[in-house]
Design a binder for this molecule. Structure first.
Ligand code: PLP
Length: 402
């Protein structure tokens, strides 16, 4: 018997680290908003690798940019500059509004972008020990520093002690007002808490946070890893509130699936990290930055930010229509913005709906038992929305029968 005779779920569970349950499907190919599994079944992908495949699968702009770059120069180390890296830094400073005073540090993931943000926070020296404010139930990553920022005690506890100084506060303006003063180095927030179940901040939170952080010399760091790059119908989620932060962390959708992360700083925050204080071997390599240039270029050229806003509204309308269909009574409140949608459930049916959707040829996600998260590629159009309506209705009906 050769290894290929053994079913893949057994091979997976034999040698993959036990950090996640063995997946139910093996995917082998994708095109546009669709993927195919190893048995030849087709799925409409309304998760996009958790808000990563911004251009869907096998988009010609990404395929040609990556193919050309891999045939030209993949990696050179940060002892050398490359054209795609410099172009991407300029592009990010323009798109974020960081402009002339903006600077970018490149890395390879969201957690690493938040590690850079954590180090930035430590460099904003205050009297006394470093204090960093983060929100309860937030998610900022799985490395020690980004996990210390993450507001989920059950994720942190097995790995304690954490890097010290992080305080997790309630997501209310009152809690922020009570916690902030001149001894705080930084406040880090997600515009919408994606992993927590697509939970919006209270109205006016970011505007008040900007006032208070400015008043007390506190860095306002926005984690845009899930909400950034057009996902919410603005280039970056915080822009809906009209505020200007001191730093942004980015990753997920930025290079359409090629690993990349970035910390973008604004104004005085751009002078905090100095020579020798941070680095990454792969960070900002020409392959990843060429991929990001292609993705961001296509988002701009095809107005996919506008598409995310419009399609997001249509998708909310579709979900609302399904309330009257069989099984639709499970659908509760709609949260999120643009193409990052959290559907609250009236009973704990997240996993059942996820599985029924898979059976119906639809990929969605249940970040918890009372939420279905939708995060389709930013390129979704009429045909995909119609198909979503049919397949999601089928999934809801199947769960209603139980
Ligand atoms: C996904 C995510 C991260 C972590 O990114 P990784 O690339 O998995 O390290 C951090 N913050 C937010 C808001 C995220 O959604």
């Amino acid at each position: 018997m050769t290894i290929t005779d053994i079913a893949w779920p057994e091979r997976y569970s034999a040698h993959m680290m036990k950090t996640i349950a063995t997946p139910q499907r093996m995917l082998v190919r994708g095109e546009g908003c669709r993927v195919w599994d190893s048995e030849g079944r087709e799925y409409l992908d309304f998760l996009a690798g958790i808000a990563v495949n911004a251009l869907g699968h096998a988009h010609p702009a990404l395929v040609s940019a990556v193919s050309a770059q891999v045939a030209t120069l993949v990696h050179v180390s940060n002892y050398f500059a490359t054209p795609p890296q410099v172009e991407l830094a300029e592009r990010l400073c323009r798109l974020t509004g960081a402009g002339e005073g903006g600077r970018v540090f490149f890395c390879n993931s969201g957690a690493e972008a938040n590690e850079a943000a954590f180090k930035l926070a430590r460099l904003n020296r205050r009297a006394g020990p470093s204090r960093i404010l983060a929100l309860k139930n937030s998610f900022h990553g799985r490395t020690m520093g980004s996990m210390a920022l993450t507001g989920k005690p059950q994720m942190r506890e097995p790995f304690e002690p954490m890097p010290p100084g992080v305080e997790h506060i309630d997501s209310t303006i009152e809690a922020l007002e009570a916690a902030i003063d001149d001894t705080v180095s930084a406040l880090i927030v997600e515009p919408i808490k994606g992993e927590a179940g697509v939970i919006d901040l209270p109205a006016g939170y970011l505007a008040r946070a900007r006032q208070l952080t400015e008043q007390h010399g506190v860095l306002l760091i926005i984690d845009e890893i899930q909400t950034g790059v057009g996902r919410t119908g603005a280039w970056f989620g915080h822009q809906h509130e009209g505020i200007v932060p001191d730093a942004l962390s980015l990753a997920k959708g930025m290079a359409g699936g090629v690993p990349i992360g970035a910390l973008v700083t604004f104004g005085w925050a751009s002078d905090l990290l100095g020579r020798g204080q941070h680095g990454s071997t792969f960070g900002g390599n020409p392959l990843a930055t060429a991929a990001a240039n292609a993705v961001l270029g296509e988002i701009e050229a095809s107005d996919l930010v506008g598409n995310a806003a419009r399609r997001g509204d249509e998708l909310r309308g579709i979900v609302d229509d399904l309330r009257d269909e069989p099984g639709g009574d499970v659908l509760g409140e709609l949260r999120g913005r643009g193409l990052l949608i959290g559907i609250g459930l009236n009973r704990p049916a997240g996993h059942a709906i996820y599985e029924a959707a898979l059976e119906a040829g639809l990929i969605v996600n249940a970040p918890n038992e009372s939420t279905i998260r939708l995060a389709p590629p930013l390129i979704v159009g009429d045909a995909e929305l119609d198909e979503f309506r049919q397949r999601f209705a089928q999934a809801l009906a199947a769960v209603a029968d139980h």
